[in-house]
Design a protein around this ligand. Structure first.
Ligand code: PMP
Length: 398
């Protein structure tokens, strides 16, 4: 007998499993379009030059504990970065923040905080499709999670979005992707965000922004942060922001992120922040220092900050170029399918619209790895493999 008899087997996470299978594949021609991690023009992991220099700057740091809420300079700089230096919410001391274990940790803290504030019966609405972890994170906290149609192959399904917002109960939580929607690659335009914001405000819904790709989406941080700033400042709404530096600074393994709430008064903000400290104290006591020090070193130094701006442009331009080359390849080969979407979509991901059988065939015959939904990480493409990928898709589809 065992104390663990009631524990059911949980299948491994599909995308981490795909990386494992890819790593074990001995065929040199293999291509990994699964996990969304940026790769350079040779298919290698890329350490951003700004991050490399920041590491030099912090190399003499000690190894003491950070405060419970995280590295103070990191919190201030990251909050300014996402809300904008001129944010009224920041000026009026209406933003509570804490360091988090990357974007996922920030989502978990935000959810835990919102359970306290709104109660566990509050429905959390997530987009359909969405990042596979959204449902799990919010369900694990105890919330009922509901999906709403977000996109089709042609773009954002504004009608469904508006209908869902109009029908949802007051106080419902809406998890929005601030930019570079994962997996669809379709983002709302500023006008669409304005329309959404007006309904969120009128119907008293709670917006939570998952911000995993700010800066990497367009290469321009301010542009990618539009929705967050519009909601928090123009509409003066209470919002949650779950920020990750995994993609935007290439700090995947360092687990550095920020969880921030804007609220209506400084007194409420102080209470929210004290509550964040309690959540962190019981979960991890205090967050890891290394990644936060790197981010702070980049953000506080004018030269490194400028370098980071260039690094973001380099990553986003290479992704845009690869979208273009894949599109051209498939179009030249007259591959049946709607490939226009490849260049219309934004960010790291694109759903090709292949069947699971075709996805398996690509893996088995051509050693090209992608999620079963045929979502590909464009960052896995480069000058040496994009033609091969286009030809393999062509052979598979025809
Ligand atoms: N949200 C979305 C939509 C994501 O795609 C990711 C990364 N795949 C995350 C959050 C968080 O990732 P991390 O915990 O690595 O920062």
């Amino acid at each position: 007998s065992s104390f663990f008899e009631v524990v059911n087997y949980t299948p491994p996470d599909a995308i981490f499993e795909l990386t494992k299978t890819y790593n074990a594949d001995p065929v040199p021609r293999k291509v990994n379009l699964g996990q969304g991690t940026y790769k350079d023009e040779n298919g290698n992991p890329w350490i951003l030059p700004a991050v490399q220099s920041a590491k030099e700057k912090i190399k003499d740091s000690n190894h003491e504990y950070l405060p419970i809420l995280g590295l103070p300079s990191f919190r201030t700089l990251a909050t300014d970065l996402v809300f904008g230096k001129h944010s009224a919410a920041i000026r009026e001391r209406r933003v509570a923040s804490c360091q988090a274990l990357s974007g996922t940790g920030a989502l978990h803290i935000a959810g835990t905080m919102l359970k306290q504030a709104l109660g566990r019966d509050t429905t959390v609405y997530i987009t359909k499709p969405s990042w596979s972890n959204h449902r799990q994170v919010f369900e694990s906290i105890g919330f009922p999670v509901r999906e709403f149609n977000y996109s089709s192959s042609a773009g954002v399904d504004m009608q469904s979005l508006v209908e869902t917002l109009n029908k949802a109960a007051r106080k419902s939580i809406f998890v929005f992707h601030a930019s570079a929607h994962n997996p669809s690659g379709w983002d709302c335009s500023p006008d669409q965000w304005k329309q959404i914001g007006a309904i969120v405000k009128e119907r008293q819904l709670f917006p939570l922004f998952d911000a995993a790709y700010l800066g990497l989406t367009s290469g321009d941080y301010d542009r990618d942060a539009f929705a967050i700033r519009y909601f928090a400042d123009e509409l003066a709404l209470e919002v949650a922001v779950c920020l990750s530096f995994a993609k935007s600074m290439g700090l995947y393994g360092e687990r550095v992120g920020l969880c921030a709430f804007s609220s209506s008064t400084p007194t409420i903000t102080a209470a929210v922040e004290s509550s964040l400290a309690r959540i962190i104290r019981v979960e991890i006591s205090s967050p890891p220092a290394f990644g936060a020090r790197i981010v702070a070193a980049v953000l506080e130094d004018e030269e490194l900050y400028a370098q980071w701006g260039k690094d973001l442009v380099r990553m986003s331009s290479r992704i845009a170029e690869m979208r273009w080359q894949l599109y051209q390849g498939l179009t030249e080969l007259c591959t049946p399918g709607d490939w226009k979407r490849i260049t219309g979509q934004k960010g790291m991901f694109c759903i090709l619209g292949l069947t699971p059988d075709q996805v398996h065939h690509l893996q088995k015959e051509y050693h090209i790895y992608m999620a079963e939904s045929s979502r590909i990480s464009i960052a896995g493409l480069n000058e040496s493999n994009v033609r091969y990928v286009a030809e393999s898709i062509n052979q598979t589809v025809k």
